[in-house]
Design a protein around this ligand. Structure first.
Ligand code: SF4
Ligand code: SF4
Length: 311
């Protein structure tokens, strides 16, 4: 494995939650998707709640706990206790030292968020280069919002580009344009989320308006970079005709938009919300029917949006 001085010279690090190999959902070919920590939105349907906070978080999987008490013995803050043979975690006491993660031999405790340098990350990502090369794949930077750590992304991407790796950034677009500018020279493809066209609804469901997002989208279109639009389809939020047509109007004349992917909501995140102590934020929007997906695709294509796809 390449571990040249060039890779090792990179020092400014970032926080990553997960590195998912052999992904076929985040751009062309076989890819590795890196999930970065921190997001400027808090979408009610988010299925990656571990990426919302920009800080490391303690994750506790109750079903894996053997009630051994090792965490309670080591925790300097008294956050863990065992009452009646059952483990309890008082998150308000936790100071984030993560000593309990090391102490738990059952794997019930985990730190969500790992410090990495660009060199370490690139080295890991380059291990799958043969798969990228054979499939027309590459690496996708996702999250959370990867552009919150744009410098870290850019440094890593530059190392990948030196090895000829295709790179994609999966962004919700709600960051300053200067964050885009940092990664532009090293990015082949942007996966750009347009969740809702209506500003007020966007604010209501994601915690922020969409004017900055749409401004960035327009600027990104002008750079000539390839863009795939991604829209999670959520029943009762953005599955109606009016919203779908408004989104189509935003996209239809943009020549650099190569396709639109509609992603039907799935209630995947419940266990993760509970394990992170965020159970009160989880909400099940219900399954989206195939008929609804087809109706939205037909509506958008009828308004001139080319290649609207859904799984
Ligand atoms: S991270 Fe540290 S302070 Fe928090 S519960 Fe674990 S041992 Fe205690
Ligand atoms: S150390 Fe792990 S298995 Fe033991 S009580 Fe704590 S969380 Fe449960």
């Amino acid at each position: 494995m390449e571990s040249s001085g060039l890779l090792r010279r990179q020092t400014a690090g970032g926080l990553v939650t997960n590195i998912q190999r052999f992904s076929t959902d985040d751009g062309p070919g076989i890819r590795t998707t890196v999930f970065f920590k921190g997001c400027t939105l808090s979408c009610r349907w988010c299925h990656n709640p571990e990426t919302i906070s920009p800080k490391k978080q303690l994750q506790f999987q109750e079903e894996a706990c053997g009630a051994c008490g090792a965490c309670a013995r080591i925790c300097p803050a008294g956050a863990h206790s065992l009452a009646g043979g059952r483990h309890e975690l008082n998150r308000r006491n936790c100071t984030g030292c993560f000593a309990c993660v090391e102490a738990c031999l059952y794997g019930a405790l985990e730190a969500q968020g790992r410090d990495m340098t660009p060199g370490d990350l690139a080295e890991q990502l380059l291990r799958d280069k043969p798969f990228y090369d054979n499939s027309g794949g590459g690496v996708t930077f996702s999250g959370g919002e990867p552009l919150l750590q744009a410098g870290f992304c850019a440094d890593t991407m530059r190392l990948l580009k030196e090895k000829g790796i295709h790179t994609a950034v999966d962004t919700a677009g709600n960051v300053g344009w200067e964050q885009f500018q940092k990664t532009l020279p090293w990015t082949d493809l942007f996966l750009f989320d347009i969740k809702l066209a209506e500003e007020q609804k966007h604010r209501e469901w994601t915690g922020a308006g969409n004017s900055l997002i749409l401004e960035n989208f327009a600027r990104l279109c002008d750079t000539g970079k390839d863009i795939w639009i991604r829209t999670p389809i959520i029943t009762g939020v953005n599955d109606d005709d009016d919203e779908s047509l408004k989104r189509a109007a935003l996209i239809k004349d943009r020549k650099t938009v190569k396709k639109v992917e509609l992603l039907p909501y799935h209630a995947y995140g419940m266990g993760k919300y509970a394990a992170l102590g965020m159970g009160d934020r989880w909400y099940d929007f219900g399954k989206v029917s195939g008929e609804a997906m087809l109706r939205i695709k037909t509506l958008m294509e009828g308004r001139g949006v080319p290649e609207v796809l859904f799984p």
